[in-house]
Design a protein around this ligand. Structure first.
Ligand SMILES: [Zn+2]
Ligand SMILES: [Zn+2]
Ligand SMILES: [Zn+2]
Length: 408
């Protein structure tokens, strides 16, 4: 007896193809309609893809360890219990700091900013009197926790009859979390799919009863459709040079009122889209691995500039650590940073219970922020220069509208 996991002997590997040059109605269907159908461009091919009842099919067998896996989006499986990392010595925390900028650099940044905004007038930037400069450092703490989650589902592909089938005869399928699947990159979201070893078996195609073809959806298997040009009449009305109307033979159907179905080439059958004509389907259990980079951050910014601007610019990396499980920052001279590091690290400890933690990375950056008070004509207000890029935030800049261009 043939083992269900093995390719079926005697089945031709070549897929079934309709005879595109065939005579109209080359294949007769018992359940076809009595008359040729109207032609309809909107009729679409049904997907022969519902194998949900294969559990009752002869040759189907549950896979050890994966008996309850169903079709569809897949069921998530939680990782094995968390193993605390072995006691390692806490790494030393060494910190760097950010640099401040001069009045001249602040003005240059402002002029550059104005030039980037075509309808800002440049006069205030050139003429403004910078009254005071207050340098400071914003601190940006970020924790990334890189995890993976795994889920399984039943999957199937057309089987060509000669590719190897890795079924249960090759051994027991490995437990879900022992399957090796590594991310291409750490700290980057990614989805990987793979066939779980030793779970494959071959069944006759569920979409076509292993025939390789199905009844044509366009002509309902008759190979012909009614001619739309003449309304299946075979004749059309024409008007001659003198304006007289007369009946003539329809050129599209050669006067027959019927046209060969373009979809099946007149054969009445089309290749099964589930098995692509191969008549057989390989079933297997699919593993879906989702790598996710979870990010949380905390920004400490003391000026009135919106804090979120800090995320977009670079600064000085004060501290960085990458470990399977990081230690929260605890000895930075600013207690607010230590407290928020502890808070965020603790939050991540319990937030992703159904995922396996792979790696964590924490970073503390110091981003320079310079607040400049300036005066131009009657206006006395502030702007901010921030980041190594020296971006400018100037919500009160005097010449912002297009009328500013005319003052140039
Ligand atoms: Zn016609
Ligand atoms: Zn057809
Ligand atoms: Zn099929």
């Amino acid at each position: 007896m043939a083992y269900p996991g093995q390719p079926m002997g005697g089945q031709a590997a070549a897929p079934w193809q309709p005879n595109q040059g065939g005579e109209a109605g080359g294949y007769k269907w018992d359940d076809g309609p009595d008359t040729d159908p109207e032609d309809d461009d909107n009729r679409t091919e049904p997907i022969q893809g519902d194998p949900t009842n294969i559990t009752g099919v002869e040759g189907y067998q549950p896979i050890q360890g994966y008996e309850n896996v169903g079709f569809g989006t897949g069921s998530a499986a939680p990782p094995p219990p968390y193993q605390p990392p072995p006691d390692t010595e806490k790494p030393q925390e060494v910190y760097s700091s950010a640099a401040s900028i001069s009045e001249e650099e602040a003005r240059d940044a402002m002029i550059r900013f104005v030039n980037q905004n075509c309808c800002y007038g440049s006069k205030p930037a050139k003429e403004m009197n910078i009254e005071s400069i207050a340098p400071s450092s914003a601190l940006h703490y970020e924790l990334e926790t890189f995890t993976e989650s795994r889920s399984t589902s039943r999957a199937w592909v057309p089987y060509n009859g000669y590719d190897p089938v890795d079924g249960p005869m090759n051994g027991y399928p490995p437990p879900l979390w022992e399957i090796v699947c590594s991310p291409n990159m750490l700290f980057a979201d990614e989805v990987r799919e793979m066939e779980i070893p030793h779970t494959a078996f071959v069944l006759p195609c569920h979409g076509c009863n292993a025939m390789g073809f199905n009844r044509c959806y366009r002509c309902y298997g008759r190979g012909r459709v009614r001619c739309r040009t003449c309304g299946a009449d075979g004749r059309v009305w024409r008007t001659n040079a003198e304006g007289h109307r007369y009946q003539d033979r329809c050129d599209y159907c050669m006067g027959t009122g019927r046209r060969r179905c373009d979809t099946c080439g007149g054969d009445g059958r089309i290749t099964c889209n589930a098995c692509r004509g191969y008549r057989m389907i390989k079933h297997y259990i699919k593993l879906t691995v989702r790598f996710t980079n979870h990010k949380s951050d905390y920004i400490m910014e003391k000026t009135d500039m919106p804090d979120h601007l800090i995320r977009e610019v670079s600064g000085v990396t004060v501290f960085e650590q990458t470990l399977p499980y990081v230690w929260p920052i605890s000895s930075y001279p600013v207690p607010e940073i230590n407290n928020n590091s502890i808070r965020i690290v603790n939050e991540h400890r319990s937030a992703f219970a159904s995922e396996r933690q792979i790696q964590q990375r924490q970073q503390l950056r110091a981003v320079p922020v310079t607040e400049c008070m300036y005066q131009w004509k009657d206006t006395r207000t502030r702007f901010w220069v921030y980041g190594n890029e020296r971006d400018v935030h100037a919500p009160d800049y005097p010449q912002q509208c297009c009328c500013g261009c005319s003052i140039l």
